[in-house]
Design a binder for this molecule. Structure first.
Ligand SMILES: Cc1ncc(C[n+]2csc(CCOP(=O)(O)OP(=O)(O)O)c2C)c(N)n1
Ligand code: SF4
Length: 335
């Protein structure tokens, strides 16, 4: 008989070492809450992280896990998924871990498309090393390592993922419990690499970075929830977005524009998804920032193609013989 699990069964006896008030707690809680709903035995679930505050995550999940090498969780997860395709593999990374040292590995994960779930905790700062600017810190951001303001142009993580041909691209926020839960479930359902950027407040080194999108005053005007088949509406239903040719424009719904004139979200359309990711660069330019599944499409999974090739080779050549392969004809002597 299979046991019925609850969120508590996914918690461990480890002391959680994040600062009081850190956004990581809210994410941990949601991940533990959705786990029983996946109906996957705990021994078939693996959380793999790199290095950073966010990367302490596997210690707190009562599943298999690995606190691995800085920026390399993606590579380790690809290897694991290739050897054990039946496992549910989750990658937890930060904006430093995933986009600085691990940036190269992340884009190659996306183009290969193994069936893993990437949760990128974006706090726009290096938390663990005490407040240096990261690849998502905004221009002019004053940090321990940019006392006169950062001069690096930041990555737009979702545009980067689209550029690397990711098959599932979504955004949510730590404080948005209901939405986060929904996005975690959607990430799990996706058959391929899912990329979920989670805005996470580092209340010690970058407090309030996402207040505009999560606080009650700014949220209605700066946050746009996209839903497949639904019009793009925000500002408590007062504003919407139309496509003027290829140019998005914010409109007032009072001005005789009705919902059928608005841009209808199609999460399978890569061109429109890319446009949505670009509603990012200047939050003061009047565009709200989109949250939800911006893009989702099917493409063959890396592990299926790999296993398919191995089976094909076996069907033609039979079981391999490693010794004879190593001692094969293609050897030479170095004099
Ligand atoms: C090879 C190597 N280089 C640098 C470091 C130092 N280091 C540890 S964590 C980190 C960045 C963490 O930032 P982020 O991924 O945003 O995670 P956060 O702590 O904010 O959750 C860095 C640079 C390291 N541990 N190993
Ligand atoms: S330094 Fe920031 S990200 Fe790290 S635990 Fe503390 S609040 Fe969280």
């Amino acid at each position: 008989m299979s046991e019925t699990l609850t969120a508590k069964d996914f918690a461990t006896d480890q002391d959680v070492r994040w600062c009081p008030g850190c956004g990581d707690y809210a994410i941990l809680k949601q991940v533990q809450t959705i786990m029983p709903e996946l109906n996957i035995p705990r021994e078939d679930i693996v959380f793999i992280s790199g290095i950073g505050c966010s990367s302490r995550f596997p210690y707190y999940m009562n599943t298999y896990g690995m606190h691995s090498i800085h920026g390399r969780a993606t590579s380790i997860a690809t290897g694991l998924k290739s050897a054990r395709p039946e496992l549910s593999v989750w990658i937890v990374t930060g904006d430093g871990d995933g986009l600085s040292i691990g940036g190269n590995h992340l884009i190659h994960l996306f183009r290969r498309n193994p069936d893993v779930n990437v949760l990128l905790f974006n706090n726009e700062i290096y938390g663990l090393t005490k407040g240096q600017y990261s690849p998502t810190s905004h221009e002019g951001q004053v940090t321990k390592s940019s006392p006169m303001g950062a001069i690096d142009h930041p990555f737009n993580p979702l545009a980067l993922a689209m550029g690397a041909d990711a098959t599932f691209v979504a955004r949510t926020a730590d404080r948005d419990v209901k939405h986060q839960r929904e996005m975690l479930l959607r990430s799990n359902q996706h058959k391929g690499s899912s990329f979920l950027e989670i805005y996470q407040n580092c209340n010690v080194f970058n407090d309030g970075a996402f207040e505009m999108f999560t606080g009650k005053d700014g949220k209605p005007f700066h946050t746009l929830y996209v839903e497949h088949g639904q019009p793009l509406i925000f500002a408590n239903g007062e504003k919407g977005i139309v496509l003027d040719g290829h140019t998005p424009r914010v409109v007032d719904l009072k001005d005789g524009i009705n919902q059928s004139d608005l841009w209808i979200h199609d999460e399978h359309d890569p061109f429109k998804a890319y446009m949505l990711t670009r509603m990012f660069d200047d939050p003061t330019a009047g565009f709200p920032r989109p949250f939800g599944v911006l893009y989702s499409v099917d493409r063959p999974r890396y592990e299926d193609l790999l296993v398919g090739q191995i089976e094909h080779a076996r069907s033609i050549k039979g079981e391999g013989d490693l010794d004879s392969l190593l001692a094969g004809k293609n050897t030479w002597e170095v004099r």
